[in-house]
Design a protein around this ligand. Structure first.
Ligand code: ADP
Ligand code: MG
Length: 396
């Protein structure tokens, strides 16, 4: 069921409390990646064009309910102001009299950014009093924070009990794309799932195995699958308690007759920080060797298969991509995804970082702004921040 979208709301002259995801990576006081701020621009600009009085709120980091000086949002507001070419008022408080007065002074089209939501213990506790205090700062509420949609917090769920509530444009796009991939993908549909652990992605694997035509597995989690196939994986990262789960997924794939690919060759070393590794068949791993990447035969086969699919979903690097010695598999797959004549979607913090570092981001149809949120969505879970928004009225 479609949810109510901000595009259907009358916002002129109204105070619009807009939850955004400005939880950007920071190094000291420097914003190292402003992708999430840019991703929020369409909604903010739409609100401005339609004469709303814009009250933005977000969390940053994990201050655990108290003020942490270097997690203040002011520099994020400054970056937003640079991106928009418009002033943004940074408030040093989140709720209360000072915030209410500042909001009441806003004129149509003006923007104010509240202080870090998580400076208040009520935010993560979804405390009704904190939610009600936030709600005093708006006439309507918009949730555009897809990255926080899997959390039932005061600013994502509680506040919807007090204000007419809508999805923002970024949220709408994330939902539309991920829903299309899960329910009506252009076929054939391939998923590449990598990353460190099977345990992080069991739900996604189980959900996708009933939907895809090809499932390509890499990264540390491939080791548990190789072990389930009876291979010796030496000193590789493995989850012994998930070998049975891996076997179930292998069986489900063979029942459905889909193509399940595991690396036939790999790059091994004795240390994750090694300056170089050795390429080997997955059949010949010695007891003191650990797998840190897929090999060139595997990445070539994955790339070839991907080139013949119409929808590609990628989550999780194929190796320890942060070490250049083990980044080749991830690079080859990134190239294949970027070059494919397919609808391409990437989710997951490390995979998104990989595609951006390689400079292929603009060749991908959709890069999800939600790490945990996109994973939970792909597991088929209902995200609380989305569920809390009322359904759209049927078109008349
Ligand atoms: P994403 O954030 O894209 O969802 P994950 O967080 O699941 O991805 O996985 C990324 C992590 O997986 C990286 O820290 C990477 O070093 C690790 N990783 C990938 N392959 C291996 C491997 N073969 N052995 C150990 N760790 C690995
Ligand atoms: Mg990650």
């Amino acid at each position: 069921m479609a949810k109510r979208s901000i595009a259907s709301a009358e916002v002129r002259g109204k105070r619009v409390l807009c939850r955004v995801d400005f939880n950007v990576p920071v190094d000291g006081t420097t914003i190292t990646d402003d992708t999430r701020i840019r991703a929020a621009l369409p909604t903010i600009e739409w609100l401005q064009e339609h004469g709303a009085r814009i009250v933005l709120c977000s969390h940053l980091g994990r201050p655990k309910g108290q003020v942490v000086e270097n997690l203040r949002l002011a520099r994020i507001g400054d970056r937003l102001s640079d991106l928009l070419g418009q002033p943004v008022t940074n408030l040093p408080v989140t709720i209360g009299k000072e915030a209410e007065e500042a909001v009441s002074r806003l004129k149509d089209g003006e923007i104010l950014l509240l202080e870090n939501l998580r400076f208040n213990p009520g935010e993560e506790a979804n405390d009704p009093e904190f939610a009600a205090a936030l709600a005093l700062l708006g006439d309507i509420y918009v949730n555009d924070a897809f990255g926080a949609a899997h959390r039932a917090h005061a600013s994502t769920v509680g506040v919807t009990n007090y204000l007419p509530s809508y999805l923002g444009l970024l949220m709408q796009r994330e939902i539309d794309v991920l829903e299309k991939v899960l329910t009506a993908p252009d076929l054939p549909f391939a998923a590449v799932i990598g990353g460190a652990k099977v345990s992080d992605k069991i739900g996604v694997l189980k959900n996708l195995v009933s939907k895809v035509d090809a499932l390509l597995i890499g990264g540390g989690m491939a080791n548990t699958f190789l072990l389930a196939q009876g291979k010796d994986i030496g000193a590789s990262l493995v989850e012994h308690d998930l070998v049975d789960t891996a076997r179930e997924i292998i069986d489900a794939a063979s029942d459905r007759d889909l193509t399940l690919m595991l690396p036939t060759d790999v790059v091994v070393a004795d240390d994750i920080k090694a300056r170089s590794g050795t390429m080997k068949s997955s059949e010949d791993i010695a007891s003191d060797e650990a797998i840190f990447d897929i090999g060139t035969e595997s990445s070539g086969a994955y790339a070839d298969l991907l080139s013949r699919h119409k929808t590609i979903l990628w989550n999780g690097p194929l190796g320890v991509a942060e070490n250049p010695a083990f980044a080749n598999g991830t690079r080859a797959v990134a190239e294949a995804v970027a070059g494919a004549d397919a609808f391409t979607v990437i989710g997951g913090g490390d995979s998104v970082a990989a595609i951006e570092n390689l400079g292929y981001a603009d060749r991908i149809d959709h890069i999800s702004t939600g790490g945990g949120a996109s994973l939970e969505f792909l597991e088929g879970k209902i995200l609380p921040g989305i569920a809390a928004i009322p359904d759209a009225e049927p078109a008349s």
